[in-house]
Design a protein around this ligand. Structure first.
Ligand SMILES: *Cc1c(COP(=O)(O)O)cnc(C)c1O
Length: 333
């Protein structure tokens, strides 16, 4: 794969570590060897997957002469936090449209990412109700800013367009380079599947490097069918942009939807257990909305014996720990 024809801002500063999780593997019975790729340690306030995507998206914005970034997300959005973070660093204005996916859940004075929006100097925040057309809402902001003489650029939710997904195609290549250097044969990779850019990018990158390692996504909101379709559609567009010959195979896009719990961002007992296990066994902080649920899926799949005895399974940690501080009641209950 050739990424050199796409502008990047150079946010990564090298490879994120791949580490064994020996304690957790043992706690889960010791039959499967668990590994983790630490994208929670990426640069940008508190780390996380959006840095890889924004490396490409912000570069595109700046190349097009933008001085202002508009993006959207849920009320505790890690994507909004990282967009605000890189915008601050680049000297760009940042405007957010926040979707209140759970009615009554937005609190102006909430901790977690909401607090960080303030600290990072976000210019405006507009909260809209669940199910709003987020692109149309961002376009309203775009029109206002243009009328005020700004040069605004829209980064879509989760930076999940083909340009952003390039970040995870590049991550797959980085991961394969590390595994080859380490001589570590991974049998299965588990990734989160939300706005789809991470999952789609990984599938494109694993195809483009001819890795031959299955990747499964664990959903955080949508059912299996629609999520697989949305990942596949984005993977196809990304493969085309990157010129990955033959595109991706539909059967390489696989999602599990059993771990969403009561709904997007709504806590589940399995999520709480996963967050506590990772903290207690590995001193790794997950988050309540994404990685806690994905890890709950990983744990359940290990317990159910889905992975063969002795197999090596790698979990992609995509960050999100600031959201923990908006969920104190859940973990103390
Ligand atoms: C956004 C996010 C995800 C999901 O990634 P997508 O590319 O949106 O599917 C997973 N984990 C964390 C912590 C995130 O912020």
């Amino acid at each position: 794969m050739n990424f050199t024809k796409f502008p990047r801002r150079g946010y990564l500063q090298g490879q994120t570590p791949i580490e064994p999780m020996k304690n957790l593997s043992k706690a889960l019975g010791g039959e499967v060897n668990l590994f983790i790729k630490r994208d929670d340690l990426l640069p940008g306030t508190s780390g996380g997957n959006k840095t890889r995507k924004l490396d490409f998206c912000i570069a595109d914005a700046m190349e097009k002469g933008a001085d202002t970034i508009i993006t959207c997300g849920a009320i505790q959005s890690n994507h909004c936090r990282l967009t605000a973070s890189w915008a601050a660093k680049e000297g760009l204005e940042c405007h957010l449209v926040l979707e209140e996916r759970v009615k009554g859940s937005y609190k102006e004075d909430a901790s977690g990412n909401n607090f960080l929006f303030e600290l990072l100097g976000v210019k405006t925040k507009r909260v809209v109700e669940a199910g709003s057309d987020m692109m149309a809402e961002m376009e309203k902001t775009l029109a206002e800013l243009k009328a005020a003489g700004k040069k605004p650029y829209i980064v879509p939710g989760g930076a999940s367009n083909p340009i952003g997904a390039l970040g995870y195609a590049a991550c797959a290549e980085e991961m394969m380079d590390q595994l080859n250097t380490m001589g570590l044969a991974i049998d299965h990779v588990i990734v989160p599947s939300g706005s789809a850019g991470t999952h789609a990018g990984m599938v494109v990158g694993m195809t483009g490097t001819n890795a031959g390692i299955p990747v499964s996504g664990v959903n955080v909101s949508r059912p299996k069918g629609p999520q697989e379709e949305s990942v596949y559609a984005l993977a196809e567009k990304t493969a085309e942009l990157l010129d990955v010959k033959g595109g991706v195979a539909r059967e390489d896009v696989v999602c599990y939807d059993e771990y969403v719990g009561p709904g997007y961002s709504v806590p589940s007992d399995a999520m709480v257990e996963a967050v506590k296990l990772f903290a207690g066994e590995e001193a790794i902080l997950l988050d309540p909305v994404y990685t806690g649920k994905v890890a709950a899926g990983l744990i359940d799949l290990v317990r159910k014996g889905v992975f063969a005895k002795g197999s090596n399974v790698l979990f992609l940690h995509t960050g999100g720990s600031p959201a923990l501080y908006a969920y104190l009641d859940t973990f103390r209950a």
